[in-house]
Design a protein around this ligand. Structure first.
Ligand SMILES: NC(=O)c1ccc[n+]([C@@H]2O[C@H](COP(=O)([O-])OP(=O)(O)OC[C@H]3O[C@@H](n4cnc5c(N)ncnc54)[C@H](OP(=O)(O)O)[C@@H]3O)[C@@H](O)[C@H]2O)c1
Length: 325
């Protein structure tokens, strides 16, 4: 697979998101053996960037990733995130990027992942109660100590990206970016390019919607967070199916699957963009990784760029409050 650099970190340009193996979507946690096979197959196929977070589960997703990469640590660019679990008492679901919380979080992540170093350690969401300079200062200390190798941010806005990068080089921003989430294009991507920061695109398949495999939400478990995602609700969902039909039509022209063209379109946006599609199944992993070889013509790219915009915000109201703009 083609490699790119995020800041100065080399990665194979398609990564693997592990979240849905343990959290967020229907079926999470039901087949850990297949999830582990999926991570190992990814490494066999040349994937390097494997993405998890302390909050996924919480904790169990890091443990799962740790089990899967045992004995293969050096093949992995291991990425995890802190800041959505407050270890001072409030627990999971509370933002806390204070230096003390980071110290506790990193030790837990290292232990669960079964490693002595995290290659890319992201702040999961900007914490309004902690100046970003304090957060990045604490992370810079962890870099000096060798516990983490690179620093990332997730869903940070332009001001905080600039402020953070002034304290210590930021290697990557991880935010939602896909055919139907174009928010980073006007302001964030130009800033990242000015500063030499890479972009890791999460939910690059629109949480599965862009693959064309979701025609109804009736089978979603109550714990499936798409149940409260405005794009999957009522009339919005019906309208968004039309955008998916457009992607399906272009995919059929290309001779690839909708998931593959959604990923190939992202890859074509620049050699500083690494999508991390999530799947807990070997077959889909193989399909997604094969997007590395899908070539789109200028006309196909243009048609994909013009696919109807999504109707509805990309997170529910509560989660949107945590997106730093
Ligand atoms: N930084 C953040 O705040 C943040 C937020 C969300 C996600 N993330 C990261 O980004 C990763 C990817 O995002 P995501 O999982 O939300 O969304 P995604 O990659 O857009 O889509 C994942 C969904 O699509 C399905 N899928 C994957 N490949 C498919 C294929 N080829 N055909 C049909 N369905 C397919 C998966 O189902 P199966 O698993 O059943 O195959 C899963 O339900 C996560 O795993 C996580 O590591 C980060």
């Amino acid at each position: 697979m083609k490699h790119i650099t995020l800041g100065d970190l080399d990665v194979a340009r398609i990564g693997l998101g592990a979240m849905g193996m343990s959290a967020a979507y229907t079926g999470a946690g039901t087949d850990d053996a297949e999830s582990i096979r999926t991570i190992q197959r990814a490494l066999d196929l040349g994937v390097t960037l494997v993405d998890t977070a302390e909050i996924y589960g919480p904790y169990v997703n890091e443990e799962l990733v740790g089990r899967a990469i045992k004995g293969r640590r050096d093949e992995v660019v291991l990425a995890t995130k802190f800041g959505m679990v407050s270890h001072a008492g409030q627990g999971p679901g509370h933002l806390d990027s204070s230096p003390a919380n980071i110290r506790t979080a990193v030790e837990g992540s290292l232990q669960r992942l079964g490693t002595d170093r995290i290659d890319l350690y992201y702040q999961h969401r900007v914490d309004p109660a902690t100046p970003i300079e304090d957060t990045v200062g604490a992370l810079a200390d962890l870099v000096s100590e060798g516990k983490i190798r690179h620093i990332g941010l997730s869903e940070a806005g332009v001001d905080n990206i600039r402020r953070a990068h002034a304290v210590h080089p930021i290697t990557a921003l991880q935010s939602e970016y896909s055919l139907w989430t174009r928010d980073p294009e006007p302001d964030v991507l130009p800033l990242l390019r000015e500063l030499g920061i890479g972009f890791v695109a999460y939910s690059p398949l629109g949480r599965g919607f862009l693959t064309g495999q979701i025609k109804s939400t009736a089978d979603f478990d109550d714990s499936d967070n798409r149940k409260t995602n405005p794009r999957f609700e009522g009339e919005n969902f019906e309208q968004n199916l039309r955008a998916v039909a457009e992607v399906e039509a272009i995919a059929s022209d290309v001779g690839a699957t909708p998931a593959q063209v959604a990923l190939a379109w992202l890859l074509a946006q620049g050699d500083d963009i690494a999508p991390i599609p999530g799947t807990k199944r070997v077959s889909r992993l193989e399909e997604n990784v094969a997007a590395d070889g899908v070539e789109l013509t200028a006309e196909q790219l243009q048609k994909l760029t013009e696919v109807s915009p999504a109707v509805g915000e990309h997170h529910n109201e509560q989660q949107m409050k945590w997106i730093d703009r």
